[in-house]
Design a protein around this ligand. Structure first.
Ligand code: 13P
Ligand code: SF4
Length: 361
């Protein structure tokens, strides 16, 4: 373990400048040697770190080469000129990078970096749904395993979900697996949506009542919500969109007081960048999966070249088509506008898809 030294201080001081309003100075002598070592290893191994907007500021601001929402990271993965990609995010993001950069070594620093949405559905569930709704296009959120993507016509992210659903030009689309995202998309389009009962364990915890209380106690607050929150929460918000749309909203509008109804680290990352102009009110929820990634296991992943993400060829070719299809659509992302009339959405789950049911269709 390298010790904090004048040499390390000199190299890392400019990085501390970027994060000093969100990382206490007493913690820096512990973090700085780890950050220094990661940046050294990246050069030695010709590696890059792709970090999602939910990563902690030490990773996001001090070791990441590229940051962004799921769509931006997927697009970035395709263009990377390096031998190794370290995904500072969750497993489905690392799989997406591997799909789009099959010749590169893709590492995920923690095997526990899962996702409740990705865990909610399997490839077999999608096959059963397709038998129940023959001919209905299947769109899967990127927050799914490669096995689920392999069964889809195309993928989407929260940044482009409405546009992807509308791109088919049909009346009915299956949109999996996030029940809330699907309901929020359904409220923005005339396309009938068939959903799946998956939930993001971070965003499902926010309630509309909680938001109303914050509005009362912080007059003038701007409330920005991610579309993995419930439709009731979105109705209470001033703006909704992907993580990058929420960041853009703060950068452009500079609201004096803002609440980002999403994972906790987002507010820290934006606050570090934007300074004192904007006050962040933080009733946030942590994603336990995102938080399994830390400086120490990023070092280990680079030193030991572990844990490498691999996808069986029969799955990867079909899953790649679904992700590439989304990128090739080049649809403009649409933000979630305020709408008060919510449409009914059929929400399927494993019970509603028992083999007997599907045989009788
Ligand atoms: P986006 O960054 O694509 O909005 O996704 C949010 C999320 O929950 C990723 O796990
Ligand atoms: Fe999955 Fe939600 Fe965590 Fe994103 S925030 S990785 S959707 S559990």
């Amino acid at each position: 373990m390298i010790k904090y030294s004048p040499e390390i201080a000199k190299v890392t001081d400019p990085l501390f400048e970027k994060v000093k309003n969100v990382i206490p100075s007493v913690e820096w002598p512990i973090m700085a040697p780890l950050i220094y070592r990661i940046n050294e290893l990246k050069t030695e191994k010709n590696a890059v770190v792709l970090a999602h907007n939910y990563q902690t500021p030490d990773i996001y601001h001090c070791v990441a080469d590229f940051v962004g929402d799921s769509l931006q990271l997927a697009m970035q993965a395709q263009q990377i000129d390096a031998d190794i990609i370290v995904q500072a995010g969750v497993h489905f993001m690392a799989e997406t990078s591997k799909l789009l950069s099959p010749d590169k070594t893709v590492l995920i620093p923690s095997l526990d970096a899962g996702c409740s949405l990705a865990a909610s559905i399997t490839g077999e569930d999608v096959r059963q749904l397709k038998r129940k709704y023959p001919g209905v296009p299947v769109v899967t959120y990127v927050n799914t395993s490669a096995g689920v993507k392999a069964e889809a016509d195309v993928c989407c992210t929260s940044a482009n979900a409405i546009a992807v659903v509308e791109a088919f030009g049909v009346d009915r689309v299956i949109l999996l697996p996030d029940e809330f995202l699907s309901k929020n998309v359904a409220a923005q389009t005339d396309v009938e949506i068939i959903a799946w009962k998956g939930r993001c364990e971070v965003h499902e915890r926010f309630t509309a009542e909680e938001l109303r209380q914050y509005r009362k106690s912080s007059p003038g607050i701007s409330i920005l919500a991610h579309p993995e929150c419930s439709p009731e929460v979105l109705e209470e918000a001033d703006f909704a969109g992907s993580t990058s749309s929420l960041i853009r909203y703060v950068n452009v509008n500079r609201p004096p007081k803002v609440m980002m109804v999403t994972e906790c680290s987002m507010s820290d990352n934006v606050s570090a960048e934007i300074g004192e102009d904007v006050e962040f009110i933080r009733p946030c929820n942590l994603c336990p999966h995102m938080k399994t990634i830390n400086l120490q296991n990023i070092i280990e992943s680079l030193e030991l070249i572990r844990y490498e993400v691999t996808i069986p060829e029969d799955i990867s070719s079909r899953a790649r088509q679904a992700v590439q299809g989304m990128i090739d659509l080049e649809v403009e992302g649409k933000d979630f506008e305020q709408r008060s009339v919510l449409r009914g959405v059929v929400v399927e789950d494993r019970l509603s898809l028992s083999p007997l049911d599907t045989v009788s269709q």
